[in-house]
Design a protein around this ligand. Structure first.
Ligand code: SF4
Length: 290
């Protein structure tokens, strides 16, 4: 199959881009993402910083939807750090089983409760340096907690954020910490938390890992990876996902009638390629390190 000319030209158009040019383009793309996803938010349910930390730890290697199914009962039974510290392991494992890796996650939550009691009077600390020393919490979880529970700007580099920022040509990097610092140089600090949500929303709904919906993407004109997925409106519109799939088509100038009914009903993060806010095994390997 011959690739469309626009797709062939896309990477070339940005080849000689200066550092300043990239920063300007990144900020333009961030503005378009804000218009494209006005509903972007943290998709984990929580009412306080402890609940958010717990939900974020649980989101490793599963979907936010699955975490949100488990947390109502968990949060009802375990309300404080002391409750987690004193948890009955078998009982907690049973509760966490649907989220996968339930033994490691139980270890993390009991360890988190104990560490919070020992070091922070049972409260979730507000500093990144303190957060990352807690069991089960790495930079991603810490940034989720800071940004969404304490309104401290933070960039959450999950699997979507890494894929999209590379496709956007904002970075040429796979290391999550390096990506965080590179994007921090491009985007104003006050926008970091919401940018993270918007990029993750775009990754779940439009710019999928296997086949992105390039022909129905609001960023197409600014993206060097345009053409990674179908560039024609009809096949691209079929790839849009989520309750706002038709709105996403309209935003990209595509006939919303091309979006199949099933796309609107499909949970955005139902696909195996789309794990939760963490999207990596951060919480699963850190208990030993903590
Ligand atoms: S869907 Fe295509 S055009 Fe849109 S951001 Fe992803 S790679 Fe770029």
């Amino acid at each position: 199959m011959t690739r469309p000319r626009a797709a062939i030209l896309a990477p070339k158009r940005f080849a000689g881009e200066t550092v300043l040019g990239r920063k300007r383009r990144a900020r333009r793309m961030a503005r378009v993402l804000a218009e494209t996803h006005p509903d972007a938010h943290c998709e984990l349910d929580f009412t306080n910083p402890l609940e958010l930390a717990v939900a974020t730890i649980l989101s490793a290697q599963t979907t936010d939807v699955r975490v949100n199914q488990v947390t109502p009962e968990l949060f009802h039974r375990y309300r404080t750090a002391a409750d987690y510290a004193a948890a009955d392991r078998a009982e907690m494992e049973t509760l966490l089983r649907p989220t996968g890796f339930f033994r490691a996650k139980t270890n993390s939550l009991i360890g988190l409760g104990q560490a919070l009691l020992e070091r922070h009077d049972g409260q979730i600390p507000r500093k990144l340096d303190d957060l990352v020393k807690l069991p089960g919490i790495g930079r991603k979880t810490a940034n989720v907690v800071l940004g969404n529970a304490f309104a401290v700007p933070g960039i959450t580099v999950d699997t979507h954020f890494r894929r999209l920022t590379n496709r956007f040509g904002w970075v040429d990097e796979q290391d999550e910490v390096k990506i965080e610092f590179l994007v921090a140089d491009l985007i104003e600090k006050r926008d970091w938390t919401m940018l993270s949500h918007r990029v993750i929303f775009h990754g779940r709904r439009v710019c999928h890992a296997r086949t992105p919906a390039c022909g129905a993407c609001t960023l197409a004109a600014m993206c060097p990876s345009f053409g990674t997925g179908p560039t024609e409106a009809a096949p691209a519109a079929k790839l849009l996902k989520g309750p706002r799939a038709r709105d996403l088509a309209v935003a990209a100038g595509v006939d919303p009638g091309l979006v199949p009914a099933a796309a609107v009903l499909t949970p955005e993060d139902a696909a195996p390629e789309a794990p939760g806010a963490l999207g990596a095994a951060e919480a699963l390997r850190e208990p030993e390190d903590a």
